[in-house]
Design a protein around this ligand. Structure first.
Ligand code: NI
Length: 159
């Protein structure tokens, strides 16, 4: 691998750059280049192959629902995942911002690809996928019958 340093231009909103510089100062970086290299390395590590093993995961998204058709697009992408979406929590943060936490369970590579697409959608401001490998213990196969049902069954049986 070549160790030659290549220069490239980066365009970014001034407000975002100011916040980036403040972050670098807090973390003790002396140059933007050094910080960017670390961010790229971290992104590459996050992107390492994950395989198709079943995992549980949460995907957190913060987005601006005023961006045209964004809510519909995010919703359609979640429908494409079918039963891999276990549950979704939606919080209206401000007038324009929504926080969504999507609980997923399925093949790691499928969830990762879908999450990358959701996170890269225009209007999604922030987010992160947290993957939890399934413990090696056998899967739980019994069903949880609600307590009220137990009472109902007992009553029926005692008649
Ligand atoms: Ni909302």
């Amino acid at each position: 691998m070549s160790t030659d340093l290549l220069r490239f231009g980066v365009a970014m909103e001034s407000e975002l750059l100011e916040r980036f510089d403040a972050l670098l100062a807090r973390r003790g970086y002396s140059t933007r280049s050094e910080a960017l290299r670390d961010l790229v390395r971290a992104a590459l590590a996050d992107d390492a192959p994950v395989g198709g093993a079943t995992v549980a995961a949460t995907l957190t998204l913060v987005y601006d629902h005023h961006v045209r058709e964004l809510t519909e697009r995010l919703n359609a992408m979640q429908h494409d995942l079918g039963a891999f979406v276990v549950s979704t929590l939606h919080v209206h943060m401000t007038h324009e911002h929504c926080l969504e936490v999507i609980v997923l369970r399925g093949p790691a590579d499928v969830l990762k690809t879908a999450s990358d697409r959701l996170l890269a959608t225009k209007g999604v401001l922030q987010g992160k996928l947290v993957v939890a490998p399934m413990p090696s213990a056998p899967a739980v196969t019994h069903s949880h019958v609600p307590a009220s049902t137990h009472r109902y069954l007992r009553k029926r049986q005692s008649k």
